[in-house]
Design a protein around this ligand. Sequence first.
Ligand code: IDP
Ligand code: MG
Length: 178
Amino acid sequence: MLSFKLGPGMGKKGRQNSRHMSLRLIQPSGTLVKIEGGPMTLERTFAIVKPNAIKNGHVGEIISAIEREGFTIHGLRMAHLNKELIKGFYIEHVQKKFYPELEEFMLEGPVLLMVIEGENVIARWREIMGVTDPAKAAPGTLRRKFGDDLTRNAVHGSDAPATAEREVHYFFSAFDLV
Ligand code: IDP
Ligand code: MG
């Protein structure tokens, strides 16, 4: 793993003022490695616009929500997933009762796969999406606006840094990421 140290003359004071000069180190694999820049935590997360949101024409509004937050898009592709890809992606849910319904839904049509970058983007994207069940999601969230029910909840977002890392590289190669 690459690392970076502040040089002489860039002690505590410099660090406090370094919000405007954050350093981004991206490994050849596309992984975001280390940021120096005070309180900033620049992260990447993995997002999906699910088949119902594509079918209902909400791609533009969802991308607008991403841009409105100041997040940037570093990977973007359409895909019509198959059973194997869905099973591997939702590996933690395969044994659950709801899995067959989830698989059937994700097979219904194309999805939009995205890698999004921003400050604390992993938690913030989940806030913008709202909780899993659209009926319980806060007003104004994407799932509340565009979700149909617990399964057909319009969007996906990684739930933690390790999950984001796995999910980004599950669908994107280093060459696909900018
Ligand atoms: P998350 O997407 O909010 O992280 P997870 O628990 O990881 O929620 O579930 C993955 C996906 O599986 C959900 O987004 C939803 O599409 C579906 N799902 C989750 N729980 C249920 C359920 O109890 N019934 C039906 N579908 C579910
Ligand atoms: Mg999840």
